[in-house]
Design a protein around this ligand. Sequence first.
Ligand code: PLP
Length: 444
Amino acid sequence: MDHLSKSNTPSLENFWMPFTANRQFKAAPRLLASAEGMYYTDIDGNKVLDGTAGLWCVNAGHGRKRITEAVERQLRTLDFAPTFQMGHPVAFDFAERLAAIAPGGPDARLDRVFFTGSGSESVDTALKIAIAYQRSIGQGTRTRLIGREKGYHGVGFGGISVGGLVNNRRVFPQIPADHMRHTLDIERNAFSKGLPPHGLELAEDLERLVALHGAETIAAVIVEPMSGSAGVILPPKGYLERLRAIADKYGILLIFDEVITGFGRLGTPFATDYFGVVPDLVTTAKGITNGAIPMGAVFASRKVYDGLMNGPEGQIELFHGYTYSGHPVASAAGIATLDIYEEEGLLTRGAGLADTWQDALHSLKGLPHVADIRNLGVVGAVELTSRDGAPGARAYDVFVDCFRKGLLIRVTGDIIALSPPLIIEKEEIEKIVSILGDALKRAQ
Ligand code: PLP
């Protein structure tokens, strides 16, 4: 690898960075130049252990040649082809491969696949499918959507409407939606290992919203089976089962947003498999191409798909889609990604790592400022107490400190989230905990 020096710092003026304090970042940038396996290298040549799989997406680790080669081959063969009233084999092949591992298990696989370009697009697609499905089966009054406080479903207007993070919502108008309460309850559940024992009753919030709005107005309820972006919030034991039962009782579709949990994060191919609760629609993105090429997919049950296939055959059944739905290069990247996941057992490897991961994370208990530690599969969070009058500042300082010491973590408010590539070894788990632990000891 070429040695990269500070003279390689680009002009920072023009790129308006997403979800970033632009002026703060540009005054003291952190720039990554290359990546291989578990490590990034920054522009000064420092190695940085990837504790976040990029942004919850590089599940097979960085620089996978098989994906590179597939992308290169595909670009040479068919760089782009439309999928509106046209098709190309790669997208169909990829959908078939995805169908074979689709969430739901052998008897109930959600094996109808709608391609998108990102998680946000997957969410808005799933919400629109749900509303269109209800109308198609004669339930046209069902247009309301239910989400949950602290939920993150991307940044489209649909996603922010069902989402529950105030900063993402307060400036923008929304479509009709209501929210169940979130399930974070540190008072009762702090330092639980795995699923928290308390809070099952929060699923009854769906009953409350049905009573408030009328079931006949509600199309779907969407939740992250494990919510990542708000700081790793886990479902209490039995919660998702209860949600499924209530949704069934009232004819409400259940959508799991698996943009983070899809493709092995919990030690099963999907969170749907982990919990054994089968929704009607599952949204994915990120790990679908190992983060290498933007793509997303919505998995739909046959019931939902068939419900929309009932008009005249020459009629477009769903007026929805993207120029890049089933993009050939993204599909080729996705097929190569699935090859890697399957050959290396990465969709289930997390199950074997989960105990080591849990023990390592919980060894941070007792360090300064640590208010809670949460874990599931190969996901973890360390929640810190906030500095007086400066929420988020303490975790941000820990983030910068860790980066300087060679570890990439992610912070939301005062919560540190961890989700390393699923190729991680025990020594790297120990290294994450050691660098993070030292940073916590130094934190003010
Ligand atoms: N849904 C969930 C659960 C997510 O975690 C994310 C991104 O983190 C999204 C949707 C949005 O995905 P994207 O950023 O690809 O639009």
